[in-house]
Design a protein around this ligand. Structure first.
Ligand code: NAP
Length: 321
């Protein structure tokens, strides 16, 4: 009998069709799978391909039962998967790093331009029929050359953001859990504490994973440290920023603007945030290039295939102890 795989959402490309050659694959074909259907569908499966929007916790693993050997998360972030619980059951958890690095870093820079050059504001202005001709002081923004970009989280995405920012003539500083002096030398970036970085930066770009230490990492106190002219970019996870504090800071002029791709509760973006002029909001699409999404599908499928054929895949995020 073929081993069974449940895929919680249709994925781009033909990778799932290839998986069907070796395994019995069930793909959820509606838009979003609800909790009840998820619990029902995973019963007895050997592998799950999940999205970051689904909580893969003890209850789901219990429902799947002892056949479950692999959870391949179709994302770099894996904060939606209870890795400790998976460890206990010797279930391999994998993610899809590397292939969306450039896409997310490009998006961070895109959001920065959008806010500083007031691109989305300008677009809205035209669509609302307000444009009546060129004016010297119409929607005046800020240039990026010689401005200080503070990258928080110098991983794959952080490093590509540094590269892009350097090419724009920005001065780049960073804060990360692990300092890399060789990299500092190579790219001409300077390490600072988070507090110093917030005080010095014209733009702060977040590229840390969401975990216990980064949850609410940027709140009222941190926002107050930032320049009043500064812009916050978040392509990491909504939970890294205290969203209510950010909204207050944006309303009160504590900081000048924000570019956000991720939100605290992505099914319910606060109306107060939507009403703000000085923010650009995108619907968690930083990795949404065709190149990245096809490669993510390949990585997830390869991971499932490896585990079910008895091999250890490349992108394992748990089983570290
Ligand atoms: P990565 O290579 O693992 O980089 C994460 C970096 O953050 C590492 O350098 C890590 O330090 C650092 N870090 C971890 N905890 C920290 C802390 N408490 N304080 C300061 N730095 C800390 O991951 P990545 O591929 O760049 O992805 C980063 C995150 O972006 C993902 O986890 C995901 O949540 C998010 N993401 C979002 C999208 C989107 O569509 N918006 C797409 C992809 C990824 P160490 O070197 O010490 O580990």
């Amino acid at each position: 009998m073929k081993q069974r795989v449940f895929v919680t959402h249709k994925l781009p490309g033909k990778e799932i069709d290839k998986l069907k050659e070796d395994f019995e694959v069930d793909v959820w074909s509606d838009k979003d799978i609800g909790r009840k259907d998820l619990i029902d569908k995973v019963k007895g499966v050997d592998g799950i391909i999940s999205l970051l929007t689904e909580k893969i916790d003890k209850e789901v693993m219990d429902a799947a039962g002892e056949n479950l050997k692999v959870i391949a998360n179709y994302a770099v972030g894996f904060d939606n998967v209870d890795c400790e619980e998976a460890d206990k059951r010797k279930i391999v958890v994998t993610n899809t790093p590397g292939v969306l690095t450039e896409s997310v870093a490009e998006h961070a820079i895109g959001l920065m331009f959008s806010v500083m050059k007031r691109i989305t504001e300008g677009d809205k202005f035209i669509r609302e029929g307000k444009f009546a001709g060129w004016e010297p002081d119409l929607l005046v923004g800020t240039g990026v050359r010689d401005k200080v970009l503070g990258v928080v989280g110098l991983g794959r995405i952080g490093r590509w953001t540094v590269k892009l920012a350097n090419s724009l003539g920005m001065k780049v500083i960073y804060h990360s859990r692990t300092r890399d002096e060789e990299y500092e030398e190579m790219e001409g970036v300077v390490y600072h504490s988070l507090e110093q970085l917030l005080e010095m930066s014209d733009v702060v770009s977040l590229s840390v994973p969401l975990h216990d230490d980064t949850k609410g990492m940027i709140g009222k106190k941190e926002l107050k440290l930032m320049k009043r002219s500064a812009v916050l970019i978040n392509t990491a996870r909504g939970g890294v920023v205290e969203e209510k504090d950010l909204i207050e800071a944006l309303k009160g002029g504590v900081i000048a603007g924000a570019g956000l791709d991720v939100f605290w509760d992505e099914s319910k973006i606060p109306v107060d945030l939507i009403k703000l002029q000085n923010v650009t909001l995108t619907p968690h699409i930083a990795s949404a290039t065709i190149e990245a999404r096809l490669s993510m599908a390949k990585l997830a499928v390869d991971s499932v295939r490896s585990v079910l054929l008895g091999r250890m895949p490349e992108m394992v995020v748990n089983m570290k102890k």
